[in-house]
Design a protein around this ligand. Structure first.
Ligand code: JCZ
Length: 240
């Protein structure tokens, strides 16, 4: 997978080159190119923003600069263009899996009050464009949102995670939250690991883990339970 990111703060994305993702890049499992938007400015001040039509606070990012940047970065095989915004469609694990199946992703990091809408409208005539939110809170720019999405997507690529089962048993993979995890010691500050986990009875362990996942989902994210297909909860699950 080829990932391109356009931003006015390229150094903000440096952490993506460390640790697990850095190793995946070194191993050629994905490529990551970060582009400074100011490369496509021509004025001495390298301006990327201007006042909003209709008035209002803050500044809007200019369409000319973004248009030329995306023309160049998106050239070649048409990518999926992802534009983080608080007004976007919620980013989910299902979308992370969808993106992991793409051969090219381009992320456009806005700043200020965002990017002139015509940039998205124009790009949509040539490629799939998703305006995506990573949560119902407002960040200062798109860079942190892009780091969240790149990490969520990259970890799903074959070979990136040491144990592929980790991704299969993620929270949300079966529509439920993951239950609690435990490791040594057996007792810590007078708190013991649940006996079932030390029983060696894997049928009982799997049942206990599913019960914990359903109970935790019920308590913390009842909306996920409501969205589950009826057939995915058996009689035992419903009796919880
Ligand atoms: N989910 C979420 C996205 C954002 C976001 C995304 C891009 C920009 C550009 C300027 N402010 C931004 C905020 N905040 N919260």
């Amino acid at each position: 997978m080829r990932i391109d990111i356009v931003t006015i703060f390229p150094e903000y994305l440096d952490p993506l080159r460390g640790a697990l993702l850095g190793r995946a890049i070194e191993r050629g499992l994905l490529s990551l190119d970060v582009h400074d938007l100011r490369r496509w400015t021509y004025d001495v001040h390298k301006g990327v923003d201007d006042s909003p039509y209709g008035g209002g606070p803050g500044m809007v990012m200019k369409p000319q600069v973004w248009g030329e940047a995306l023309d160049e970065v998106c050239a070649g095989e048409p990518p999926r263009l992802v534009v983080p915004t608080p007004a976007g469609r919620p980013f989910t694990q299902a979308m992370a899996h969808e993106y992991a199946g793409e051969s090219r992703l381009v992320f456009a990091c806005g700043r200020y009050e965002g990017i002139d809408q015509r940039v998205i409208d124009d790009a949509s005539t040539r490629m799939r464009v998703d305006e995506v939110s990573i949560g119902d809170y407002v960040l200062v720019g798109g860079e942190v949102a892009v780091m969240v999405m790149v990490e969520a997507v990259a970890r799903l690529l074959p070979g990136v995670l040491g144990n592929p089962l980790s991704a299969e048993q993620d929270s949300f993979s079966d529509g439920l939250l993951e239950g609690p995890s435990y490791t040594r010691p057996e007792v810590w500050r007078d708190r013991a690991v649940p006996d079932v986990l030390r029983s060696g009875n894997h049928k009982a362990i799997d049942r206990w883990r599913r019960d914990q996942a359903i109970e935790r989902t019920f308590e913390r994210r009842p909306d996920l339970l409501a969205a589950l297909p009826a057939e995915s909860l058996d009689k035992h699950d419903r009796a919880l």
